[in-house]
Ligand binder design. Structure first.
Ligand code: FEO
Length: 395
């Protein structure tokens, strides 16, 4: 398959229909590793693909130009899903110079033997003329690695945004108006929450700089290219960058013999009676990849776990560890759960909340062994208070 963004700018990436695990991120729709060929008096390849898929990239590029006519290989990001095929590409493109920033050169040197590579190191804002077309480079540090960079094709107003605005989806379609936009936005949200969320402050700074440019297309490194819904993805990023809360309560839990489940269901029922959006997520059935975007835009959360071996249930421990690393901001929460002879797991949940700067709304709600009607009434009442909080805090 072939796609041309505008005359002389070609997609030369790889569709990874089969990938289901991306360093822990469950990619149910597969992914793409996008690379782009910009043709002019001189030719630049923008990024490569994951290591096994170099031959496909080279075959696509060779349908457009002879590989010895590729003058530059821009490396926006050293993570191996984009740089893995770089050695193979450079071996096949004998006249290519690697264009990247100084941090990226250092990172590439840690991943590969770069002693024979030729580099052109570019600074933030620097331009590179290809003849009638100009590439301009913008550092986007920590969006989401230190060396991350975006490349702007000035005349065509195309922003090659690297991971930002990407989606893990494999599709024969290349553009945002060729698929249901809600599907793409949902995948972009999941992508943002699982990959970019820890760096919201840097995202805000990057958005401010890059959106000052005239942009006709945003071409990320994963998923489809934005050309018809640019306003929607930029507006969504503005909200995600600050984890903007909706009037939404998320109740997630890990149960042992059903007591914590009963509590969770009662909390959720109480919250639903409060006319807010509610998610009830059993960690036995919900992958962390899908939990995180729900947390990102909630106003408050309730985390329930039984006590196992004086600690949290393993699924809750894993989910909170993952969540803590992704650093959602501005959330409030409460812990709940059942225990047999010691409620130590509540200490663990609350300590993790404290690490995450989740505001403790009230003390943990616990029950020994099984909740009776009175405890379930307390749970429903707690759900109602969470709904009140979400309604007054969320948009
Ligand atoms: Fe798609 Fe950060 O690599």
């Amino acid at each position: 398959m072939h796609a041309e963004l505008v005359a002389g700018v070609h997609w030369t990436g790889f569709l990874d229909w089969a990938v289901r695990d991306f360093h822990g991120y469950r990619t149910e729709r597969g992914s793409t590793y996008n690379a782009y060929l910009v043709c002019d008096t001189q030719t630049a390849l923008i990024d490569t693909v994951k290591a096994p898929y170099g031959p496909e990239l080279l075959a696509r590029a060779a349908r457009v130009v002879s590989l010895d006519q590729i003058n530059y290989v821009v490396c926006n990001h050293a993570e191996p899903d984009h740089s893995g095929a770089m050695p193979e590409v450079l071996a096949a493109c004998p006249n290519a110079v690697v264009v990247c920033n100084a941090k990226c050169r250092e990172a590439l040197g840690r991943h590969f033997d770069t002693t024979a590579w030729r580099f052109r190191i570019v600074k933030d804002g620097e331009t590179l003329s290809l003849g009638t077309r100009t590439l301009q480079f913008f550092d986007t540090p920590m969006v989401h690695w230190p060396e991350s960079m975006a490349t702007y094709l000035v005349e065509a107003q195309i922003l090659f945004s690297m991971d930002a605005f990407g989606q893990h989806v494999a599709t024969a379609r290349r553009f945002d108006d060729e698929l249901p936009v809600d599907l793409i936005l949902a995948e972009a949200k999941t992508y943002y929450a699982n990959i970019v969320m820890p760096y919201g402050r840097q995202v805000q700074a990057t958005l401010k700089r890059l959106t000052a440019l005239p942009i006709r297309m945003v071409a990320p490194s994963h998923g489809v290219i934005w050309r018809s819904h640019i306003g929607r993805i930029l507006s969504a990023y503005n909200e995600w960058a600050v984890c903007k809360p909706a009037a939404k309560v998320v109740v997630f839990f890990s149960t042992m013999w059903g007591s914590t489940r009963q509590m969770a269901e009662s909390i959720a029922n109480g919250a639903m009676a409060g006319s807010v959006d509610v998610r009830l997520l059993d960690l036995a059935a919900v992958h962390d990849t899908d939990l995180v975007p729900e947390i990102m835009d909630c106003a408050c959360l309730a985390a329930g776990t039984a006590t196992l071996n004086m600690g949290m249930m393993p699924r809750m421990a894993a989910a909170l560890t993952y969540l803590r690393g992704l650093r959602p901001t501005g959330k409030a929460g409460v812990a709940f759960g059942s225990f047999g002879w010691a409620s130590k797991s509540m200490d663990d949940v609350q300590a993790t909340f404290a690490d995450m700067q989740v505001k403790a709304l009230e003390p943990a709600l616990t029950v020994k062994y099984r909740p009776d009607r009175a405890v379930l009434d307390q749970c429903r009442a707690l759900g109602g208070r969470l709904a009140d909080y979400a309604r007054t805090t969320g948009a």
